[in-house]
Design a protein around this ligand. Structure first.
Ligand code: ATP
Length: 310
């Protein structure tokens, strides 16, 4: 095996901006909560890039920062530091008025609790109409769009029903329709299947897929549900407020014409070139503080520090 000494090619004179063509870009994103004298670092330098038209799942242990990320992307919460851009909006510097516009037109947001998404005294049709009324959309357009959205989400027959007259899955689909009323480019869903049984979860996931594929909306869904994360093309895992790994899935065709999904896990490298080596790899090879890096023809190796012996 020939090892080329670690000498990296010269970077281009001016590196392209990180995530320049993406719809959503978070770079070194930090969110610190202050509760009394205690500081909680909910996000500790998170990087995330989502292209327009993608549907991704965000997974991670409880407390890893998933909801914080979604609240920032939804324009509900503001980051402490770093960079966050969605479409043309800079989420750190936007004014209060821009934030209202952003929340009204660029992103739709659904929460886990179906009841938190809907007002008990409004029918499904009125719920979808409400955000459009706030945006001063003409009545005729509102009526047409409400009908289209409820139909696209398979709840056209629920237009005149109030939340108590809807099943959990129907409530969630109406909530999704309402979140899409003002044609946002992005739909953010925080544990949308968390309170639902398996069959209903599948129904809601199908609705999210419709939103992504038929309506062309970019979808970011936070989930604990392996059924959901296993069906999107990209799953981003967050650990301790940072993006730790990504799983990419693609469909492959066998020799006999059958198809199966191949899932490949990738470590995530940040802008400074930092990669987190999984604990099991570190333990297996006793990789500790110092490791040897070598640039090969098409990959980089990491070896334990053998104290000078090759
Ligand atoms: N408003 C707040 N004030 C203080 N700490 C907060 C606040 N919101 C979140 N945190 C803390 O920030 C960290 C990340 O919380 P977050 O809710 O984003 O995690 P999560 O991954 O969504 O968890 P879960 O899966 O349990 O919803 C946690 O330690 C949490 O206790």
């Amino acid at each position: 095996m020939s090892t080329i000494p670690l000498s990296l090619p010269q970077p281009p004179a001016r590196a392209p901006e990180f995530g320049r063509d993406a719809l959503i870009v978070c770079e070194s994103l930090v969110r610190i909560y202050q509760s009394g004298s205690v500081e909680v670092q909910a996000l500790q330098g998170l990087d995330l890039v989502v292209d327009g038209g993608e549907m991704i799942a965000v997974v991670g242990a409880s407390g890893s920062g998933k909801s914080t990320l979604l609240s920032i992307l939804a324009g509900i919460d503001a980051p402490t530091a770093g960079r966050a851009r969605v479409d043309r909006w800079d989420l750190l510097t936007m004014s209060r008025a821009d934030r209202v516009r952003y929340r009204r037109h660029t992103v739709g947001f659904v929460r886990q609790q179906t009841t938190a998404n809907l007002l008990p005294y409004l029918t499904a049709g009125q719920m979808v109409d409400l955000p459009m009324t706030a945006a001063r959309v003409p009545a005729r357009t509102r009526r047409a769009r409400t009908g289209e959205l409820l139909a696209a989400l398979g709840v056209a027959d629920c237009a005149d029903r109030r939340p108590t007259q809807l099943s959990g899955g129907q409530q969630m689909r109406v909530a999704i329709a309402a979140a899409l009323a003002n044609t946002p480019r992005v739909l953010l869903a925080d544990e949308p299947t968390g309170e639902l049984d398996t069959a209903t979860s599948a129904e809601v996931f199908e609705a999210l897929r419709t939103v992504n594929q038929r309506l062309g909306v970019t979808v970011v869904v936070v989930t604990h549900d392996p059924e959901v994360s296993g069906q999107v093309q990209r799953t981003v895992a967050i650990r301790d407020g940072r993006t730790s790994s990504e799983v990419l899935r693609r469909t492959a065709t066998d020799d006999d014409g059958g198809t199966h999904v191949i899932a490949e896990e990738y470590a995530v490298m940040d802008r400074a070139g930092r990669v987190q080596v999984p604990r099991e790899y570190r333990e297996a090879l006793a990789l500790t503080r110092r490791v040897r890096l070598a640039l090969e023809a098409d990959h980089v190796t990491i070896r334990p520090d053998t104290g000078g012996t090759p």
